[in-house]
Write a protein that binds this ligand. Structure first.
Ligand SMILES: [Zn+2]
Length: 447
């Protein structure tokens, strides 16, 4: 089957399967994977009326079954047949039939793994999992000072990653050109068949509008005002492209691969040159009316403070971003201090650096306290460059949270560093594509 026929047929099938709801109600339509439009924010149809109005032809039960089985395996990595039955709600015979088909199609593999089903006697249960190289995803992290790319397999393992440091904010043409070069290199170096690429996810260090095409780049990435990066990247790569804010990408990655695995209520706070938060609430990403929720970096914490690039004064970003801390030290010491020097100064025991980071932690804690009172997360993951300061930063955050919230909000709250570090954004951008993998793989078997 040619790539053209494959994609066209999947697009048609996506219209049929779009309305299928899954037991956990976290179903993402295939259209997200196969078009340049981002779909990760779309609510899941959950009622019969939703289904009847959105479905334009009968839904194949086999398609639905495949999607449920593949989604369960994507979320839980390894499951026994019994676990698949309970997690999908399908009959045992249906699960067996689907597994037979999917293993024959080299999408699912079976192996002996006693740990997949706990302690049992007799024949060890067979663990079922996705075949890692059955599909791939590409991710981009387009930040203020670099372009990073990753190629992952369908289970999210990073197979190839590369970073190009560069000034991105004022030169979208060069940044996009670099991104395309990196993608070409990944595909060439790893010899991935292009028809196995599910799509490209691209994370940006600025808010992304709910129209799924536009950046709110004013004051943040000035050269990108008016640029539609999803269209640009799709046109240059020939791949389906979805775009996402970098903090939202971070929370997807930490929940899927990092510190927040298994957490349904988590806030990821990125403390870098830009500050922003991504939130998973009751298992779903929280984006808000315009798609720009989580801009905690521009919450005002000092009404008469430094002028911020957003046009306000005293935003959190003017206090708790590494460049802001470096500026503070520069003014104090009468010489230029760069953000890159901060880890070295801190580990050398410099009291001024520690104090500035503690003050940053105090301000971060004050903003997070409101977030915690509002959203009641079980975990806050701190990422970005400043997370390297660890307890110097974390201790004042905890202290402020304890002081500014109710006990019931913080007694079970965990505040942890990012496990994925610099790669959270790019891994999350690829994870955005992988959200649609079960539907894409299920429909590919239907052809
Ligand atoms: Zn601001």
């Amino acid at each position: 089957m040619t790539q053209h026929t494959y994609l066209d047929d999947l697009r048609h099938k996506s219209r049929v399967i779009k309305a299928i709801s899954t037991p956990d109600r976290r179903f993402f339509c295939l259209r997200a994977v196969l078009s340049t439009r981002r779909c990760y924010r779309d609510p899941v149809p959950t009622t019969q009326s939703d289904l009847s109005t959105e479905t334009d032809s009968p839904i194949g039960l086999t398609d639905l079954g495949r999607v449920r089985v593949l989604r369960a395996l994507a979320e839980h990595r390894q499951l026994s047949r019994s676990e698949l039955v309970s997690r999908t709600g399908l009959a045992r015979a249906t699960v067996s039939s689907i597994i037979y088909e999917l293993t024959n199609g080299n999408l699912v593999q079976e192996s002996a793994a006693a740990d997949a089903a706990g302690t049992r006697t007799g024949r060890p249960p067979q663990a079922l999992s996705l075949v890692p190289d059955s599909a791939y995803a590409l991710g981009l992290d387009i930040a203020h000072d670099h372009v990073r790319a990753v190629l992952t397999n369908v289970v999210g393992t990073a197979l190839w990653a590369r970073t190009r440091p560069m000034a991105v904010d004022g030169d979208p043409e060069r940044a996009l050109g670099t991104a395309v070069q990196l993608i070409d290199s990944a595909l060439e170096d790893f010899s991935v068949p292009r028809e196995k690429i599910l799509g490209l996810g691209a994370g940006f260090a600025c808010p992304v509008d709910k129209d799924r095409r536009r950046l709110h780049a004013e004051g943040i990435m000035p050269g990108w005002v008016g640029v539609q990066p999803a269209d640009e990247l799709a046109g240059r790569t020939g791949l389906p492209v979805q775009i996402i804010n970098d903090a939202n990408a971070g929370v997807l990655a930490e929940r899927r691969f990092g510190a927040a695995r298994g957490c349904d209520n988590v806030v990821y706070l990125r403390l870098s040159t830009g500050i922003g938060a991504g939130t998973i609430c009751d298992g779903r990403i929280l984006l808000g009316h315009g798609g720009i929720a989580g801009e905690l970096g521009h919450v005002i914490v000092e009404p008469h403070g430094t002028l911020c690039r957003c046009g306000n004064r005293g935003c959190l970003e003017t206090i708790a971003s590494p460049p802001a801390i470096a500026d503070l030290l520069s003014r104090s010491w009468g010489r230029e201090v760069t953000a890159a020097e901060l880890p070295g100064l801190l580990s050398a025991g410099d009291r001024g650096t520690a104090r500035a980071i503690e003050d940053a932690g105090d301000a971060v804690g004050a903003v997070l306290a409101i977030t915690v009172m509002m959203l009641n997360p079980e975990m806050i993951v701190i990422g970005g460059d400043l997370a390297a300061a660890r307890e110097t930063l974390f201790e004042p955050i905890r202290r402020k949270l304890n002081r500014n919230t109710m006990v019931c909000h913080t007694e079970e709250l965990r505040i942890v560093p990012s496990e994925l570090g610099d790669s959270a954004g790019v891994r999350g951008a690829a994870a955005l594509v992988l959200e649609g993998a079960p539907e894409a793989l299920a429909l590919s078997r239907a052809n």
